[in-house]
Ligand binder design. Structure first.
Ligand SMILES: Nc1ncnc2c1ncn2[C@@H]1O[C@H](COP(=O)(O)OP(=O)(O)OP(=O)(O)O)[C@@H](O)[C@H]1O
Length: 474
């Protein structure tokens, strides 16, 4: 019954009830302040009074929970004080509830969208963190915990991610802040958490890059649908924002993110953020945001070790079904140390090549196929290193690299060292000559030509030189 009598002798008319509600609202507004009121409370619509219970309607489940959690008790007290017939306040979701008046140029949205049924919010297979209007990006089904190779540099971040996936919003783990250099697995771990959480279809997850967050926010301002945007974000169970460093210098977006962040954490939802630096090092982000970002669990992913790179390569090679010799994996792990993305890219190219041409992967084919990548990764080799390696290889004294001795057992390795110095460093012939006991540049020129010539006809010698080159380049 709409606006029924609360007791036999005292009745509350619809008009009176509205009047009481206005007074309750005004008092609340006075208590919480204009901004807070505009953000959360303008959307409450007065519903029916039944017995001693007044119903207040909100357009979404999220808002209902929020208002109940933050203002529920206070609303009840104010109602009781205003109208003694009202003893209880019931907060309900009303589909299609509209805001009576636009709130402001930026936050106004004449129509608040219907509450999204849980089934619609949660994802289907393959897991897609989609919530209405493509707000979030899809999760990559390849990025799972199973496909993530764990080693010393990432074991802590992995353990934290696992923990959040098992028990979101646990105290001490909210927010989860993952940070580390480029291509080290932050996005992979976030998607893995998302996929795990959406498996049961009960949890809604929104994943997006900080950049997308900003563009969506700007678009919402332009189309005057900021409120809808806020609502969408604030209705998820888990919000994941990747590459937060993008928000540095974007003050308005930071502000919006800060409010969303607070609203979600205060409502017991999980936030997961990734960045290239720790919260304290993200100078350019507002202090209050940095403080809040750092107050959950902060986990860094360190640069990979040789062992981790080998394990990752082994796992990816195995999954591809192509046999990649251990020597090739070691070679790649030595050469490509920057990040996992590049390592993976190199391996993928080898695998694609092997599949395309039906040829086995060898060290030689690897060097050929990855010529450009390897070149870019050539590390700076010094002439001293070359001399040391070559002397060790032919078992001669290091001092013989610059001595005047001309015996072939000494002269040939010295020539090889000069040849490699020319090939692997950017030093000029005179500079190389100086490092080899102040020899003339023509001596170096002669050595380079001589070594190349012998390599042409002596395969064993050529292999020796190639091996030395690979070791030095590694
Ligand atoms: N430990 C790992 N095991 C398996 N694959 C990994 C691992 N670390 C990274 N990768 C892979 O490396 C690639 C790059 O990882 P990802 O995109 O997660 O890096 P990121 O840290 O988010 O980088 P960016 O800073 O550029 O956003 C992905 O294909 C990912 O699957």
């Amino acid at each position: 019954m709409h606006l029924s009598a609360a007791s036999d002798d005292v009745r509350v008319s619809g008009e009176n009830l509205t009047h009481h509600w206005e007074r309750v609202r005004d008092r609340l507004k006075g208590e919480v302040g204009e901004v807070e009121y505009r953000t959360w409370l303008t959307q409450i619509i007065l519903g029916p009074l039944e017995e001693d219970e007044v119903t207040l309607l909100l357009p979404t489940r999220f808002l209902r929970d929020w208002v109940r959690g933050q203002y529920g008790d206070r609303l009840q007290q104010l109602w009781r004080a205003e109208c003694p017939l009202v003893q209880r306040v019931e907060l309900q979701v009303k589909r299609g509830a509209t805001v009576p008046t636009p709130v402001s140029a930026v936050t106004a949205s004449a129509v608040i969208p219907d509450e999204v049924p849980a089934a619609q919010i949660s994802t289907s297979q393959p897991p897609v963190a989609e919530i209405r209007n493509d707000l979030a990006a899809p999760l990559d089904p390849r990025f799972t915990f199973d496909s993530f190779v764990v080693g010393k540099p990432n074991e802590f971040a992995y353990a934290c991610a696992r923990r959040v996936a098992e028990k979101p919003s646990s105290p001490g783990f909210n927010p989860l802040f993952l940070y580390g250099g480029v291509g080290l697995g932050k996005t992979h771990l976030m998607h893995a958490i998302g996929s795990e959480l959406t498996k049961g279809g009960q949890v809604s997850v929104a994943y997006m890059s900080a950049e997308k967050f900003m563009y969506r926010f700007i678009a919402a301002i332009r189309s005057q649908s900021t409120m809808e945007f806020k609502e969408q974000l604030r209705s998820v169970d888990v919000l994941m924002i990747d590459d937060l460093q993008f928000l540095i210098g974007k003050d308005n977006t930071q502000e919006e993110f800060f409010h969303t962040f607070n609203a979600l954490v205060d409502a017991g939802r999980q936030i997961i953020v990734s960045a290239d630096k720790s919260p304290s090092d993200l100078s350019g982000l507002e202090d209050r945001l940095r403080t809040r970002l750092g107050c959950g669990m902060v986990a860094d992913i360190h640069a990979t070790t040789f062992e981790l790179r080998i394990s990752i390569l082994e796992a990816k090679a195995l999954a591809s079904g192509v046999t990649v010799p251990g020597k090739v994996l070691e070679f790649l792990a030595h050469k490509i140390t920057s990040n996992v993305r590049e390592l993976e890219g190199a391996l993928n190219r080898l695998i694609a090549h092997a599949n395309l041409f039906g040829r086995p992967v060898t060290l030689e084919s690897t060097q050929e196929v990855l010529h450009d990548i390897l070149k870019a990764h050539d590390r700076r080799v010094t002439i001293e290193e070359i001399q040391r390696k070559v002397a060790e290889h032919w078992n001669i004294r290091l001092t013989d690299m610059s001595s005047a001795r001309r015996a072939r057992a000494v002269a040939r390795p010295r020539q090889v060292a000069m040849y490699l110095a020319k090939q692997l460093t950017s030093r000029s012939l005179p500079e190389i000559g100086r490092k080899f006991g102040n020899r003339d540049h023509t001596t170096v020129m002669h050595a380079v030509a001589r070594v190349a010539e012998i390599m042409e006809r002596d395969t064993a010698f050529a292999e020796d030189v190639e091996l030395l080159r690979r070791m030095l380049e590694g």
